[in-house]
Each structure stands twice: as C-alpha cells, then as structure tokens.
Design a protein around this ligand. Structure first.
Ligand SMILES: [Zn+2]
Length: 424
C-alpha cells in the first residue's frame, strides 16, 4: 500500500512539475486586453499555448516553479492580425531585376524557402496571424502547413490558394495553365471548389482591375459570378474576400454576400450602410500605395505612375473616412508584397488620421481581425482561454499609435517567444 502511495505521489509530483515547466508568468507595466480594458502592473499566466489568467499582480496567485518573464518596462497588446498579405511574393533584390518581373521565375520550392524572410519580418512587427490573399502553385498552403508544424518561423496563416480572376484581368501570375482564371458562373464554381479542395481557408476573387501600378477599378466579374463564388465558399463553411479598386465591384460584392471588401474607393452610401448592417468588413489598404511610392525605384515606377498612385491614395483615404462615419467594421490589412514585409502595421496610422482613436485603430488589428477570421474566441484578446499571442511594446499605444509601428520589442505566439529584442 505504502509502495503504491509513494509511486503515485512521485508520478503526481512529476506531472505537476512537468505542467509547471510549461507555465509562464509574464509581468507587464501595462496591458491592453483588446476589448479596451487597461490593466496596470499586469500579470499574464500562460500554460502551453493558452492564456489561463490575466489580472493585476495583487489579484493573481503566482504558481510556484513557473518560468517568470519580466516585461514590466513594456505594454502588452494582443498579437496583431494582418488581414491582407501575399507572403509568397518574394524578391531577392538581384541587381537588374524588379519584384514583379521576378515573380514566378525562381521556382516554387525555392520561393517558399526564401519567403521565410517575409514571414519572419512580419512576426517582428507583432503580427502573429495573417490572412494571405492569393498565391499560386500551392506555395501558400506549404507555408501555412510548415509554420503550423513548427518547421518554419512565421505568423499563423489563413490562405486562399489561387485568386479567382477573369481572362482579361491585368492580374497575371506568369504560369500556364493559370488555375485561378475563370469566366462564367460554372467556371467560377469549379475554380472556387478546386481552391477549397486544395485546402484553401478563404476564397479570393479579383472583382475589378487594379493592382500594383494599375489603379483602374473596372469591374471584372459580374454580380452572378461573385454570387456563385460567395455561395461556393459559404456552402463549404469558408469565407470570401473580394478585391475591388472601384465602387462597382464593391457594390456587387456586397450584394453577393462577400465577407470582406478589399481596397475599394468611392463606395456608395447604400453599400456602406449594407456593410455596416451585415457586418461586412472593409480592408482599405491605404498604406499599400504609399509603400509603392516610397519604393518606386525598386519597382521602376515613373512620375506618371506615382501621380496615379497619389490620386488613388486620396480617394482611398476619403472612402476610409466615410466608412468610419458609417460604422463599417474595418480590419487592418497591409497588402504586403515583396519588400513591404516588416512594414505590416503602418496602415494603423492612416486609421488614426481618418478619425479613429488609437485604441479603435488597434482593435482593427485585434478583435476585428479575429472576427473576420471567425476566431473571435481564440484570437485578438488577452483574456482567459485565448491563444497566448502577446506583444510587448515600448510606450503607450492608446496615446500614440506609432509606438505599435516602431517599438515592438518582444513577441509570443501560442505560448512560444518568437521575437526578443530586449537588451539587444
Ligand atoms: Zn492583395
């Protein structure tokens, strides 16, 4: 009997010390929980990949033998969500090449390997989750799966496979056959189903012209084609993002029941009201075109192109302001491509300029992003039961949003420290 008791108690103590080895107690000077609650002298207890407790130092019983992490000099915010990336758009900067020209020429396996740099730079901005809206040759599936199994360092990815586009779209990926190309309802249904069969988490549809230096916004897919794609996605329990640079594609996308509208300018009032009422999320990506201007030499963009981008930015910004006033839910999406990784959160500045408080801007990249993904009970908050995605920032993002863009010091994803720039 005594023997059994000894064995049981040894097993029990082994088990508790094993459990405690997974427990991390993290101290922060300040904590913003995502919902808008501010906690001073905060403690977060993480067990494995989950947050098990959040509170003040006084409130919380600190478990013994747990690992302690002192981040009292910093503010904790939830891991950020970038609603629009193209992680597999990688450029190696070889002299004489440019990003768009090189796309599709390095080979898919090589690109997936090299694109780890995009993923790592994204994590360093405090982004622990991305929705990746368009790749090709299964590269986004590969990156998502490699990151999920821990073989690659990066944010968790929700991916769309090939973006659906019409034959005369300026969007070209340089491979033949081009599996995202489809014209007519039947072809749209087939291609959308093929993406889902290949394990896409989202459907991405290019509902208008406009991409990189081209800022035209002519509708491409018809309402019927958009509705067909949205229905295929929804029947499969998936969601759909429709790209539209202009107002017509956005209007029909919203009528067709899209989950998110990407980029669009000059969205009419009725469409904005429908978006607000139906919880359709707007991902404006204003910063994306400013990025192109800042990197115009890399892309070989001349002054005519820059003027076009500037006038698009102005209209995009005006539409963002109107969307905020109309209470449309907005998510932060960078539309990061090539050298844009590492600047994923610059969009937040536009949101504050357009009238959001810094806290509201932060929420576009936390709770709104989580809701967009249907993961509002898993991501976007520092609360009990949520995945332990935590970012430590120097400064107070509720007073000054730019500290989120400049001062990310430490990043935890699902309980693992992924970035640590403290004392370095
Ligand atoms: Zn995009």
């Amino acid at each position: 009997m005594r023997k059994i008791y000894v064995i049981v108690s040894i097993l029990f103590s082994l088990q508790t010390s094993f459990l405690n080895a997974q427990i991390k107690v993290i101290h922060f000077g300040k904590l913003i929980d995502g919902k808008g609650k501010l906690i001073l002298n905060a403690v977060v207890i993480v067990n494995g990949d989950r947050i098990v407790k959040v509170g003040t130092e006084k409130e919380i019983d600190i478990p013994p033998a747990a690992e302690t992490i002192d981040l009292k000099a910093y503010t904790a915010i939830p891991g950020l969500i970038d609603a629009h990336t193209h992680m597999t758009y990688y450029w190696d900067k070889t002299p004489g090449t440019n990003p768009w020209g090189q796309l599709g020429t390095l080979g898919s396996s090589v690109t997936v390997f090299l694109a780890q740099e995009n993923a790592r730079k994204t994590l360093e901005t405090g982004v622990t989750t991305v929705r990746d809206l368009g790749s090709f040759d299964n590269m986004d599936f590969a990156m998502r799966n490699l990151i999920n199994r821990g073989a690659m360092v990066g944010p968790r990815m929700f991916v769309a496979g090939n973006g659906l586009h019409v034959s005369n779209s300026p969007y070209k990926i340089g491979t033949i056959p081009d599996p995202g190309q489809c014209d007519g309802v039947a072809a749209v249904q087939r291609v959308a189903r093929e993406q889902i069969a290949a394990s896409a988490d989202w459907i991405k549809m290019y509902g208008s012209t406009g991409s990189d230096k081209d800022v035209t916004g002519f509708q491409t897919f018809t309402y019927e084609e958009m509705k067909a794609a949205a229905d295929v996605a929804h029947y499969a329990g998936k969601r759909i993002a429709i790209h539209s640079y202009g107002p017509d594609g956005a209007r029909d996308a919203v009528k067709a029941g899209t989950n998110t509208v990407e980029h669009a300018i000059d969205i009419d009032d009725v469409t904005l009201a429908t978006m607000a009422k139906n919880g359709i999320i707007y991902v404006p990506t204003v910063e994306h075109n400013r990025y192109y201007i800042a990197h115009k030499d890399e892309y070989g963009y001349d002054s005519i192109i820059v003027n076009g981008l500037n006038s698009y930015i102005n209209k995009n910004f005006e539409t963002l302001k109107r969307a905020i006033k109309a209470n449309v839910k907005i998510a932060m999406g960078s539309d990061a491509v090539f050298t844009g990784f590492g600047e994923n959160t610059n969009e937040l500045n536009w949101f504050v300029k357009a009238g959001m408080t810094p806290l509201q801007a932060l929420q576009t990249a936390t709770i709104n992003g989580a809701e967009m993904l249907g993961l509002e009970k898993e991501l976007g908050q520092l609360s009990e039961g949520y995945l332990a995605d935590i970012v430590a920032i120097e400064g107070d993002p509720v007073k000054d949003i730019t500290v989120v863009m400049k001062n990310v010091k430490w990043v935890m994803k699902a309980g693992n420290v992924m970035v640590n720039k403290i004392n370095k």
